[in-house]
Design a protein. Structure first.
Length: 165
């Protein structure tokens, strides 16, 4: 995956879906391309990974997986930044990205749990995550502020070490 494509897709995501992300265009646009490249670079011992979905050679969807580096929480990882461009939605790309994240997490020695946060008004995302085995464990009220509106985040988790995952 190329850093410039990833950057462009995520800046589009932040602009078009401001209630779906904690990051904003204003925060991310000034970051150098090297920052984006570091996120998508392949490493032997990665602390995070970005999965991409290509359609006809174009990047149309992404999802990130960040591993915990702390000794007592190394069994957990966090799914972040799931986005599929509107023209490519409804084709199973988001599900494939979530499944790729879960498969990677399950194949990573010592890890067992994937967590994520989804904005409360995002019913399609909540349904997708629930259908992939995620369960809610709490709601953070007023988690982000978008203009004058506050949005809550529903925290979810999936045990990739269990037979049902």
């Amino acid at each position: 995956m190329h850093a410039a494509e990833y950057r462009a897709l995520m800046l589009r995501a932040y602009a078009e879906e401001p209630v779906a992300f904690t990051s904003t265009v204003a925060e991310r646009m000034p970051l150098p391309l090297a920052w984006w490249a570091a996120r998508v670079a392949e490493h032997a011992q990665p602390t995070e990974m970005v999965f991409g979905a290509l359609v006809e050679g174009r990047l149309v969807g992404v999802a990130g997986l960040r591993f915990s580096e702390r000794e007592r929480t190394r069994h957990k990882a966090f799914l972040y930044g799931l986005y599929v461009a509107p023209p490519s939605r409804g084709q199973g790309i988001a599900r494939a990205l979530v499944e790729a994240v879960l498969a990677q997490e399950g194949a990573t020695p010592g890890t067992r749990i994937v967590q994520l946060g989804v904005m409360q008004p995002n019913a399609p995302a909540l349904r997708l995550y629930a259908s992939c085995g995620f369960r809610p464990f709490g709601t953070e009220p007023h988690a982000i502020r978008v203009g004058e509106r506050f949005v809550s985040i529903i925290h979810m988790w999936c045990d990739v070490g269990s037979p049902a995952a």
